[in-house]
Ligand binder design. Structure first.
Ligand code: FMN
Length: 463
């Protein structure tokens, strides 16, 4: 079983890049670069172009790793790449960050700090193959791999616009209520670390890492080798020693526990953590990253090791997990946002229709969260028109998660229809759709008058 898992996993886990030279300006806006195994084309922000013009270079699988040519990627990112033949070293720069990698060397440098790669750069067809996750994440891009479509997606969120302000922003004061939850995570190759940072932000929780006294090398992690450290520890049900933690988990009520799935379970250093610290009476909320395995199979062991703790349902995330998805998991498992930084987020929206501005509260579901995230990027203007005799409907221009249920509408209800249509109800109708919110203190007559008959423009903003 372990062997079968190993060979399957070796196909899905690790990525690399081919390197060449390119230069342009770092992009200010968001970016998405999508590549497919065996396909010489990629899309950059939806526009198709050749990955390595004139050479037909394609992302390939080699020794279970996906190797991706990087010339166009680095240029699209706005970075530069130089190659020093004498030392066989590539230097990649993007914004203020610099990465140095040397052919055949497992040590790479990000801003002069040494990091251990899980695959050493190699040269294929005059192209230097580099590990994509290290490079992209070093430049603060996200990387995700979709096994079903054999697709690599590299993304960067748009940089927020700076608004000049004459008033100095007061420093945030520490709040006692913010310290009740701690994200504790173990990460051998960085995936879980990236997710843990997002979870800590979404939950307004502190962050602490489980650091094994003896770090895992890439050889240690090679589950294809029968006597690798990972396999030996699994067979021995080992508890490898861990460093004292930066934060004291025993001072927290809720532990959000992040780990990579190893052989379907939480890795041995996590087991050491669960046994070494007194977690009785606490709530443990597990989350993971993995090649493809879900988290549910790893929960029984955590419950066995912490019989006096409440272990909630788990959450499997990836580099592209959104804040709304994390918050949906948190709220579904009764994680209280009360008193946390996120609770200070605007809880409502405004709808401007002509000269009239209505205020609406948002529903408590992942759809409304996603709408809030969308509006956090700026106001959204929707062209709406009559549909039945009950409502105005317009396209959001994007899809939000659906939480459909049978609803009998009232005047002022804001509804998500089929995931991508925004609906303002001024009359009563019963249907299966998703509640997004409700305009406060409005009558059917007022709404009908402001919305008028025919097409109308509505601008949504965070309140
Ligand atoms: C020893 C070992 C065993 C693994 N076992 C599994 C597994 O059973 N199922 C799976 O989907 N991924 C498995 N993986 C892949 C990791 O879960 C995945 O790459 C994870 O995102 C790594 O997280 P990290 O970068 O935080 O260490 C395994 C990886 C290693 C090193």
């Amino acid at each position: 079983m372990k062997k079968m898992l190993s060979s399957l996993l070796s196909i899905v886990i690790l990525l690399g890049l081919v390197l060449a030279v390119g230069a342009s300006e770092p992009a200010q806006g968001g970016m998405e670069i999508v590549l497919y195994l065996g396909n010489p084309m990629m899309t950059v922000n939806g526009v198709e172009e050749e990955i390595d013009p004139g050479r037909g270079t394609v992302p390939v699988l080699q020794d279970g790793r996906t190797l991706v040519p990087v010339r166009a990627i680095v240029e699209a990112m706005g970075g530069t790449v130089t190659w020093e033949e004498s030392t066989q070293t590539a230097t990649l720069t993007y914004a203020d960050n610099e990465i140095r990698l040397t052919l055949g060397m497992y040590t790479a440098y990000l801003n002069d700090v040494a990091h251990t790669l899980d695959v050493a750069p190699v040269s294929i067809n005059d192209r230097t193959m580099l590990p994509i996750r290290f490079v992209a994440e070093g430049f603060q891009f996200d990387v995700s791999w979709e096994e079903a479509q054999q697709c690599i997606t590299i993304t960067k969120a748009a940089e927020p616009q700076e608004t000049p302000s004459a008033t100095p922003v007061p420093e945030e004061q520490p709040d006692e209520s913010d310290t009740a939850a701690l994200v504790v995570y173990f990460s051998a190759t960085g995936n879980t670390r990236a997710l843990a940072e997002k979870v800590a932000e979404a939950a307004a929780a502190d962050l602490a890492e489980i650091v094994p006294e003896e770090p895992y090398t890439s050889e240690d992690l090679n589950y294809n080798v029968a006597d690798s450290r990972a396999n030996q520890e699994l067979d021995a049900d080992a508890r490898p020693a861990i460093e004292p933690m930066a934060e004291n988990p025993e001072a927290y009520d809720v532990i959000l526990l992040g780990y990579p799935i190893w052989f379907g379970e939480c890795p041995p250093p996590v087991r050491t953590f669960l046994e070494e610290y007194a977690l009785s009476g606490k709530t443990i909320m597990p989350f993971c990253t993995s090649g493809s395995t879900g988290i549910s199979g790893s929960l029984a062991l955590i419950r066995e090791l912490c019989p006096q703790s409440t272990v909630t349902e788990g959450f499997r995330g990836t580099a592209s997990t959104t804040n709304a998805q994390i918050e949906a998991w948190l709220t579904e498992n009764d994680f209280s946002m009360a008193g946390r930084a996120d609770a200070e987020e605007p809880s409502g929206i405004t709808l401007q229709i002509g000269e009239t501005v209505f205020t609406a509260t948002l529903a408590e579901n992942s759809s409304a969260e996603a709408l809030r995230d969308l509006l956090a990027q700026g106001p959204l203007t929707i062209e709406m028109s009559d549909y039945g005799n009950f409502e105005k409907v317009g396209s959001l221009g994007t899809s939000l998660p659906r939480n459909d249920e049978e609803i009998t509408t009232e005047p002022g209800d804001l509804i998500l229809y089929q995931g991508n249509s925004f609906v303002i109800y001024y009359d009563t109708n019963t249907w299966n759709f998703t509640r997004l919110g409700k305009i406060q203190d409005v009558t059917q007559e007022e709404l009908r008058e402001v919305l008028g008959s025919g097409d109308v423009t509505v601008t949504l903003s965070l309140a």
